[in-house]
Design a protein around this ligand. Structure first.
Ligand code: GLY
Length: 318
């Protein structure tokens, strides 16, 4: 357990899940020697996108119900500086693409074929996104799914195919990579990237690419990124809520608790349904929490890179 409302020093990185440690390790040297927070969060997310062992982000991510990959990502520095892409199906590095939307267009979000065409127009090479391993997992899931239609991650087991579980097992705790960083100048940036809910309905987009839901950064309040069942986070504007709580004076821990307790109250998640959230205040205080056990965060600072348990878990017995 972390000490309450841990205080970091600049520069600093905070990311969801232990699988983000590779990306944080890659990003840290440049951030430590004065590099930009935006470069740091994009480097960390890009590493996860390229890692075929991460089954919830980029190449190696699990596809939708018909075996088709679609990726979502968002980068954010402030309410005025934000970019996002949803349902990208031909390009791997969606975090970089979201950054290009932010830096080269007057829009915030590009979706589907439009986002892929934007990447084409910039000369970004197309990539096969479905790995052999993910295709085999989808084939195994599809044979089992016909019989059972298992539910695990989703929202309402009564809704048609709302909540498939990978291969009928409890969901492996890998989900959106969300990264927040403060650089030596005190500038904060955030990024998140995901292949979304495994075996989702085609066209489903979760919280991750939507500013205020999966990610929010406001220099006046701080930053937050969520991971887990996006439908729960979207219902409470989870990342905006966390940052707004901090902007109004809550500690990062209080902000995280407010989001998770509101999800619990409103959505009534099943015992194993997970949401994790990280929160970083402009002065470097940070916290993380989750609905149930299994969540981890990665931190990078002058003392090194380590993965630790979140400060607070709503249902630690699960
Ligand atoms: N949190 C990722 C998603 O629900 O798509």
């Amino acid at each position: 357990m972390q000490p309450q409302n841990s205080q970091s020093s600049k520069p600093f990185m905070l990311a969801t899940w232990s699988f983000s440690s590779n990306g944080c390790s890659l990003a840290w040297p440049n951030l430590h020697s004065g590099g930009d927070s935006l470069d740091a969060v994009c480097t960390a997310a890009r590493e996860a996108e390229a890692d075929s062992k991460v089954d919830s982000v980029g190449f190696g991510g699990l596809p939708d119900v018909i075996g088709r990959m679609s990726l979502d990502a968002c980068v954010m520095m402030s309410p005025e500086k934000c970019g996002s892409v949803c349902a990208v199906s031909r390009h791997l590095h969606v975090t970089d693409l979201a950054r290009l939307v932010m830096e080269r267009t007057s829009h915030v979000m590009l979706v589907g074929e439009g986002a892929d065409s934007f990447a084409d127009s910039l000369g970004i090479p197309q990539t096969e996104l479905l790995s052999d391993e993910a295709r085999r997992a989808w084939e195994r899931w599809r044979s089992g799914e016909r019989a059972t239609r298992p539910t695990d991650q989703g929202v309402d087991s009564g809704k048609l195919f709302s909540s498939p579980s990978p291969i009928g097992e409890k969901h492996i705790p890998h989900d959106t990579i969300g990264v927040l960083a403060i650089d030596t100048r005190g500038v904060m940036a955030g990024a998140c990237s995901t292949s979304g809910m495994p075996f989702k309905l085609s066209g489903r987009v979760g919280d991750s690419p939507i500013p205020g839901h999966g990610i929010y950064v406001d220099p006046e309040g701080g930053g937050a990124v969520a991971t887990g069942t996006g439908e729960f986070v979207m219902g409470v504007s989870g990342s905006f809520l966390a940052v707004e709580c901090m902007r109004r004076g809550s500690t990062p821990l209080e902000a995280v608790r407010e989001v998770l307790e509101r999800i619990e109250r409103r959505h009534k998640p099943l015992p194993h349904q997970q949401v994790g959230i990280i929160a970083l205040a402009p002065d470097g205080r940070w916290s993380a929490g989750a609905l149930c056990s299994g969540f981890a965060v990665t931190i990078a600072d002058a003392s090194g890179i380590q993965s630790v348990a979140p400060e607070w878990i709503l249902r630690p017995e699960v």
